[in-house]
Design a protein around this ligand. Structure first.
Ligand code: SPV
Ligand code: MG
Length: 547
């Protein structure tokens, strides 16, 4: 025998599946749903089909089962229901929302939206719920038959079903009328008939089923005769049972109970164990799927920048002001310097901020930062602190001194510049007679107005406090940005220095000088002012004026 590949069967439409449920010999159960979530719950419970109840949809919308909701509003609800489910839905289409013409349009829309079937009842628009005492007048037989025919002629899915609901027993018009109408509607093309009763016993239903003798499938709604064992309907040859409104009624009872209890107890403690938990809620709407889809469809454009702030020193020149805290925690206009610095970093997209503390590290109590401590801060320098945070230097990162203040655009300037190692320098070197610069920079070119206007970087040739003031081109402000490659270069240099025991009291300038000497080409972008550092009481006073 030669192997042959069977073509995989085309998946059945919901309409085709409903048609099978309606016509098969076994009994089918349809469970009521009235929105996307209740429909999903019905499917999860194992039902093979859904009854989109007019009473329930109306009530859930807060209106009466009297065509107060427009048919397009019902259609919108149905769209949510078809979206959340894979099983067929039979819509309770009331009287078809108008004449044959309105019904034609409804059928077309239902086919477009994947609703498997519709049931229409032979009453007058606006319909009244069958269990109410209001007007239950019946439609003219031939007019209703024409409506069914119009619907069948308009369905764009050949398997779509139209169920004709007989209200003769509800209207008190008797069995003969019910059977006569069933015959007419069947002849007009109805795929099944729904025989409705408001009696609490099933006698007239069973009588109808017997007389009808399965000329087409029979659907029943045992809301009032619910005590009758299901087996009797199975034996009688009923096709489909609709449990018509019980999810809506269950939810009303549950919501009322929960609301009352919370109102009375002014607490959630009494109900928490009795309501669906949030994990359940999120699972029902498959919320996790969005996160997975994001990975497939969303470009990961977020720039992740880690920051390391060196904040281990006391600031001895500040004397008693730093008796109980490091200088980075000095208050400037109501906030510690460090807090402002962290806020600027966050604002520039660096959420991952590490502070290397030392002197009075316990005084650093900022939220949203990671704190590491350089225990040897009294006998070591800046590089020893940086080495404590070496494993934070991965990907793009910023290293900042903890005692500086700057306008936010200075960070933008640095983050926007190309280069694996980018420093910001102030083109205005301080007058050494007034304030000695901590770190002067010598560059491949002095800062010109062009450099300032176009944020053009220049190469760093040398850096340090010992540079000749005349030959220097600016003062490093204590901010450096590293690309992922720059971070690797810095880590390698730190590791090499550590191995040779050269970290000791070495400074950031020592590191940058080495990197420049090795050809790593650190870049310098210039600012003209817009920053300051706090080294002494004058610095603190300037900081207060700066803000
Ligand atoms: C509905 O569920 O809206 C129905 C069934 O039409 S019944 O309320 O029993 O008439
Ligand atoms: Mg109804």
């Amino acid at each position: 025998m030669t192997g042959s590949i069977k073509p995989s069967p085309t998946p059945k439409t919901k309409a085709a599946r409903f048609s099978e449920l309606l016509t098969r010999p076994q009994l089918t159960f349809l469970m009521e749903a009235h929105n996307g979530m209740s429909a999903r719950i019905v499917e999860d419970a194992g039902f093979e089909g859904i009854w989109a109840s007019g009473l329930s949809i109306s009530t859930a919308l807060g209106v009466r089962d009297r065509n107060e909701a427009s048919w397009t509003q019902v259609l919108e609800v149905l769209e949510f229901m078809t979206d959340t489910t894979s099983i067929p839905i039979l819509l309770d289409g009331d009287t078809g929302y108008g004449d044959f013409n309105n019904f034609r349009r409804l059928v077309k829309k239902l086919c477009q939206r994947g609703v498997a079937a519709v049931c229409i009842e032979d009453k007058i628009f606006p319909k009244t719920n069958s269990f109410l005492d209001g007007d239950q007048s019946l439609a003219d037989i031939s007019e209703f038959s024409g409506k069914i025919k119009a619907g069948k002629d308009s369905q764009t899915d050949p398997d779509f079903s139209i169920i004709a609901r007989l209200e003769a027993l509800i209207a008190g018009r008797g069995m003969e009328e019910a059977l006569k109408r069933a015959e007419a509607y069947h002849a007009a093309g109805a795929d099944g008939v729904l025989i409705h009763s408001k009696k609490s016993n099933p006698d007239e239903i069973l009588h109808f089923v017997k007389e009808w003798d399965n000329r087409c499938p029979v659907v029943i709604v045992p809301t009032m005769y619910y005590r009758t064992p299901t087996e009797r309907f199975r034996e009688a040859g009923v096709s489909t049972i609709i449990w018509a409104n019980h999810n809506l009624r269950a939810s009303l009872a549950a919501m009322r109970e929960v609301s009352l209890k919370i109102k009375q107890e002014e607490s959630l403690v009494g109900i928490e164990g009795n309501v669906a938990n949030l994990t359940d809620v999120f699972a029902l709407t498959e919320t996790h799927e969005v996160a997975e889809a994001e990975k497939r469809y969303l470009p990961d454009n977020r720039r992740r920048i880690a920051s390391v702030i060196l904040a281990a020193s006391r600031g001895k020149q500040l004397a008693e002001l730093t008796q109980d805290k490091p200088k980075c925690m000095l208050d400037v206009r109501g906030e510690p310097i460090l807090k402002r610095l962290v806020r600027s970093l966050h604002g520039a997209g660096s959420d991952d901020v590490t502070v290397v503390a030392g002197y009075k590290h316990e005084a650093i109590t900022l939220p949203d930062v990671r704190k590491l401590v350089n225990d040897q801060h009294e006998s070591t320098g800046e590089l020893a602190s940086l080495a404590c945070a070496a494993d934070r230097l991965k990907g793009e990162c910023i290293i900042a001194y903890g005692d500086i203040l700057f306008r936010d655009h200075v960070l933008g300037l640095m983050l926007g510049a190309k280069g694996d190692i980018v420093l910001v320098a102030d083109a205005n070197r301080p007058d050494p007679a007034l304030r000695p610069a901590a770190d002067l920079v010598a560059c491949s070119s002095p800062c010109t107005p062009e450099h300032l206007i176009h944020d053009q970087p220049v190469d760093l040739l040398d850096i340090g406090g010992d540079l000749d003031w005349q030959k220097a081109h600016g003062e490093w402000i204590g901010l450096v940005r590293l690309s992922a490659k720059g971070a690797l270069l810095v880590k390698e240099e730190l590791a090499a220095m550590k191995e040779r025991n050269e970290i000791g009291k070495a400074s950031m300038a020592d590191l940058l000088r080495r990197l420049a000497a090795k050809g790593a080409k650190p870049q310098v972008v210039f600012t003209s002012g817009h920053w300051l550092d706090v080294n002494d009481a004058f610095g603190l006073a300037r900081a207060r004026n700066f803000l």
